[in-house]
Ligand binder design. Structure first.
Ligand code: UDP
Ligand code: MN
Length: 483
């Protein structure tokens, strides 16, 4: 069945120019494909392997390396050994003798790889026709680029291949969870001018990417202190950007991935010793004064940060003469919603009601919170649901890239104020007057107001400015770093 597919390949709605631009890449480097797995299903693993074989130009394919991270399932042992011997591409299987996690499993695969480029894939992917050439082209032209495909969605119930939203780039929220957001500024313009060009991304999802093999090691491969799962994608993204490389998405390369609702396997030692420890390491090594911000608002990683020995990673950072996290935020991700020294960060409290602006907990597309802007009794504890950033440009933003947003129309019925995805538009700009305590919507000069001070759950509106207490706001700063 897999072999037959070779004759009739589906195209999955590529941008038509991609097919012509990347017909072949004879002068591209060869790549080793490294697939790590723990208790993966036979069908999804083989779908990944066969899609690589069927849809990669043989002249660009060095080998496939499967790293079995101590799977217990019988079919992944001798039956898999026997099966790979029949494959038309050199395929090696490595096995760890105890569970080491995806970071160390990938390192073991990389250690025996001979291709000039390393391409990592999760074990439940489908590479589409033409997926590899755009990735290798980027690296041929710039060996310091770490490049990812656009990741499409394979439905975890039907296994159907579904095209995902293209105008996304990768970043992260205040809890260091990886998130897809809509890029702003120059990267968005670049996409609109030529949707086939690779574009920069602040972070990568982690499972699917290509990197020059020697560059991978020059830059410190992975943090070997990380175990099992998580955080390594941010660690690599920060490191590559801050130490002189770049992380990009090549939009002509598309690979499907099964996104599962929960991890199908155990986390030996629990999530504290694995994911949170990995994230604590990311924050300790790379985030400078935002390290403190992360730990102030993330108790679990904070509790175990002292157990981390990160000296070799700090040494690496010094040797590579890496730039600061501030540089990263300003230059790689200028649309970010983290506090900075020249931004307000804290509670926004209404004088009349004495309640605070709060982030809604309903989720919109791409899982971002959206809804009416409402007030709730102010919480004294450090909860991020009531923390907002106000930038010099006047954006009132909070975690997960959401912003205070009001309609631009000058007159008409009551204008409700919403909380929705930040988009850099004028309708999301506000100005705060420290003496009148008004928060004015910049485009129409109306004031942020409580619709009815007795019923603040109805949400906020913008009204003609009238000097009433319901239009007065106190910006209460909350410390976020040690300075
Ligand atoms: N994996 C592994 N060892 C582990 C955990 C994960 O080899 O301890 C493999 C897993 O089988 C998959 C890849 O690492 O091929 C990424 O993990 P997963 O797909 O669970 O991550 P997600 O895509 O959900 O972020
Ligand atoms: Mn996966």
């Amino acid at each position: 069945m897999f072999e037959e597919e070779k004759k009739e390949l589906p195209l999955y709605n590529f941008h038509y120019r991609c097919t012509h631009l990347f017909r072949e890449c004879k002068d591209c480097p060869k790549t080793s494909i490294i697939i790590v797995f723990h208790n993966e299903a036979w069908s999804t693993l083989l779908r990944t392997v066969w899609s690589v074989i069927n849809r990669s130009p043989m002249e660009n394919l060095e080998e496939i390396i499967l790293v079995d991270d101590a799977s217990q399932r019988e079919y992944l042992k001798k039956p898999l050994d026997d099966y790979v011997k029949t494959l038309p591409v050199s395929t090696k299987i490595l096995r760890t003798n105890k569970r080491v996690g995806l970071i160390q499993a990938r390192l073991r695969g990389a250690a025996i790889a001979t291709g000039e480029v390393l391409t990592f894939l999760d074990a439940h992917c489908e590479c589409t026709r033409g997926w590899l050439e755009p990735l290798l082209t980027v690296i041929r032209d710039d060996r310091t680029a770490v490049v990812c495909p656009i990741i499409d969605i394979i439905n975890d119930q039907t296994f159907a291949y579904i095209k995902s939203f293209e105008l996304h780039w990768g970043a992260f929220n205040w809890n260091l969870q990886f998130r897809w957001y809509t890029p702003g500024g120059s990267q968005l313009v670049k996409r609109q001018i030529d949707p086939t060009l690779p574009f920069n991304t602040p972070a990568m999802a982690g499972g699917l990417f290509s990197i020059d093999r020697k560059y991978f090691y020059e830059m410190g491969s992975y943090d070997e202190g990380m175990t099992i799962w998580g955080g390594e994608n941010l660690e690599m993204s920060f490191r590559i950007w801050m130490c002189g490389g770049k992380v990009q998405i090549a939009p002509c390369s598309r690979v499907g991935h099964i996104f599962r609702k929960a991890s199908p396997y155990t986390f030996p030692g629990g999530i504290k010793k694995t994911l949170y420890a990995n994230l604590a390491r990311v924050a300790l090594v790379w985030m400078d004064e935002w390290t403190d911000f992360y730990f102030r608002f993330n108790e679990a990683p904070n509790a175990i940060k002292h157990e981390q020995n990160i000296s070799s990673r700090l040494q690496l950072k010094k040797e590579l003469k890496c730039k600061s996290f501030e540089w990263y935020l300003e230059n790689v991700w200028p649309e970010h919603f983290f506090p900075t020294r020249n931004r307000f960060f804290g509670h926004i409290r209404n004088v009349a009601v004495d309640w605070c602006l709060v982030k809604p907990d309903t989720k919109g597309i791409s899982n971002q919170p959206v809804g009416l802007a409402t007030l709730e009794p102010c919480i004294k504890r450090n909860v991020t649901l009531e923390m907002f950033v106000m930038t010099k440009e006047g954006f009132v933003m909070t975690d997960d890239s959401i912003c205070l947003d009001a309609p631009e129309t000058k007159s008409g019925p009551v204008a409700k104020v919403r909380i929705m995805a930040c988009n850099g538009a004028e309708r999301q700009r506000w100005s705060y007057n420290n003496s009148t305590k008004e928060l004015r919507h910049v485009t129409n000069q109306k004031c942020l107001d409580v619709s009815d001070s007795s019923k603040s759950s109805e949400g906020l509106i913008i009204e003609d400015c009238n000097g009433e207490e319901s239009q007065k706001w106190i910006l209460e700063p909350v410390p976020w770093n040690n300075y």
